[in-house]
Design a protein around this ligand. Structure first.
Ligand SMILES: Cc1cc2nc3c(=O)[nH]c(=O)nc-3n(C[C@H](O)[C@H](O)[C@H](O)COP(=O)(O)OP(=O)(O)OC[C@H]3O[C@@H](n4cnc5c(N)ncnc54)[C@H](O)[C@@H]3O)c2cc1C
Length: 462
């Protein structure tokens, strides 16, 4: 081992929190080392949001082209060239990956190290045989696709969100195990590229964390495009059958099988915390390997913080970036921001997208609050029928006493953007009447929010 190198801060991982934090330290004149073992930018940039949303855009274009006759143009036979689709995705994703690396390497006071980091003690990290020391260490190691020990998993080839990034051909029949956010985005995308797609889900419905009406409408949207959905697949198993992969879905002796050419595993994420030497630092994790943190993202060891997916307090790019803001504001601005102040918000990027904020109906009912609720079909939103995209609905709930918005789901064209109208009012802790009295632009989906709010009635099954 060579001599120990000292820094003011060490950051492990260049996901959505690490690079901005490195820039903050470097900008404040502090020395910082940032370590990355794979690709700069982490999951979102290389195997998550950016490449998948780029692929979703290609799939959407193909879908609209196939509907050309409805819009008044000749469409002919739309055939997708997967090599070009992948090249476009690589270009967009590669630009961000390069951007993060160049940004970090260009920062004064910042040392960029490529290699696998491990704790040696609560103040020291070993990487490439070198020991680095700092009083402040930040863990931003993210996660990877979970690979559960289902029968046959080692007997067949399978894909994950990472290996899907190398696919430059059209799978004849893609079987997706997992009917949640990642699985459904890939499912619709590949169906639109031209594959047969079957989604196998062990739960009773798709995206089980959402309300039933959301799950049901998402199912209808996907089935209308020819995606086959098999729910209640209690005992999923895999086996080779000549040139096919059989995905068993039932626990019986003679089980029902789905025969596919390729299998994508989309059954959740596992934090990258098993090979970090956390025990040497004394950093506590929960039963699933997530690093336990307090409301300001400090771990069980003073001087060590955990940000992003690895702390189990969020599973999105924006939650990881928000973790950075919380840590940076606490350290640099003495602004005591807390994780518990943030409002849940995310989108599911099928088409039409689902934008979500705040509580679901189920959560509201559990909380025992008296709530008012309203729902409006997208088929009665003029922007939606002008665009020929009328699937879905807007629904929202407000607290009957405080008049504050409790939660909303906008499943429909523009839902991922329009949801922010409600989210910002929630952060402002303003009553819903602010939205109701605002003059919105015509024709937009957002202009219907006052109309939806005028239909509030006591929350019941919907
Ligand atoms: C298919 C898919 C689609 C998604 N789409 C969206 C979306 O549309 N919107 C959204 O908000 N979120 C989306 N997500 C989630 C989002 O990508 C993640 O929440 C986000 O990237 C988490 O970032 P992070 O900062 O926690 O870490 P990551 O981005 O995972 O980065 C962690 C980095 O740490 C590095 N690392 C790990 N261990 C070590 C070590 N020991 N030494 C050195 N380096 C290490 C890794 O190589 C990695 O680069 C998607 C995820 C997937 C899988």
């Amino acid at each position: 081992m060579t001599q120990m190198k000292r820094f003011d801060a060490i950051i492990i991982g260049t996901g959505q929190a690490g690079p901005s934090l490195a820039a903050r330290f470097a900008g404040a004149g502090k020395t910082v080392a940032i370590i990355e073992r794979q690709k700069f930018g982490g999951t979102c940039v290389n195997t998550g949001c950016i490449p998948t949303k780029t692929l979703v855009a290609s799939a959407y274009a193909a879908h609209v082209a196939r509907r050309g006759a409805e819009y008044g143009f000749a469409n002919g036979d739309v055939r997708v060239d997967m090599k070009r689709v992948k090249a476009r995705k690589d270009e967009v994703s590669g630009r961000s990956n390069k951007g993060v690396e160049e940004w970090l390497r260009g920062l004064e006071n910042c040392t960029v190290i490529q290699g696998h980091a491990r704790f040696q003690s609560s103040r020291t990290i070993v990487v490439n045989g070198e020991v680095l020391e700092a009083d402040k260490i930040f863990i931003n190691v993210g996660g990877r696709a979970s690979v559960p020990a289902m029968p046959g998993i080692h007997d067949v080839p399978f894909l994950t969100n990472s290996s899907m990034m190398d696919v430059d051909f059209l799978p004849e029949h893609l079987v997706i195990i997992g009917g949640s956010y990642v699985g459904l985005e890939f499912g619709q995308m590949y169906r639109r590229f031209g594959s047969d797609v079957t989604v196998v889900e062990k739960g009773q419905r798709l995206i089980g964390r959402e309300d039933e009406d959301v799950s049901q409408t998402v199912r209808e949207i996907l089935e209308a495009e020819g995606i086959r959905i098999r729910l209640n697949a209690k005992c999923i198993s895999l086996a080779k059958r000549e040139n096919r992969i059989a995905v068993g879905t039932e626990c019986k002796e003679d089980p029902l099988e789905v025969l596919g050419t390729h299998v994508l595993l989309a059954v959740g994420r596992t934090p990258n915390t098993h090979d970090l030497g956390l025990d040497r630092a004394g950093v506590a994790t929960d039963d699933h390997g997530f690093i336990m943190v307090d409301d300001q993202l400090q771990t069980s060891v003073p001087g060590i913080w955990a940000l992003g997916d690895c702390n189990g307090r969020g599973a999105f790019t924006h939650t990881s970036y928000n973790d950075y803001e919380i840590v940076a504001d606490n350290l640099f601005n003495a602004d005591h921001r807390r994780v518990s102040d943030r409002i849940q918000a995310y989108a599911l990027y099928i088409d039409p997208p689902l934008g979500r904020c705040g509580m679901t109906d189920t959560e509201i009912r559990k909380s025992g609050r008296r709530a008012l609720a309203a729902k409006h079909p997208m088929s009665r939103v003029s922007r939606a029928f002008e665009k020929g995209e009328t699937q879905g609905f807007i629904k929202l709930s407000v607290d009957a006493e405080t008049k504050q918005i409790l939660g909303a789901a906008i499943l429909g064209t523009g839902g991922d953007e329009v949801i922010h109208v409600l989210l910002d009012v929630m952060y402002a802790k303003a009553p819903y009447t602010v939205v109701q009295r605002a003059m919105h632009i015509h024709p937009t989906v957002a202009e219907y929010l006052p109309t939806v709010l005028s239909k509030l009635e006591p929350l019941r099954e919907r």
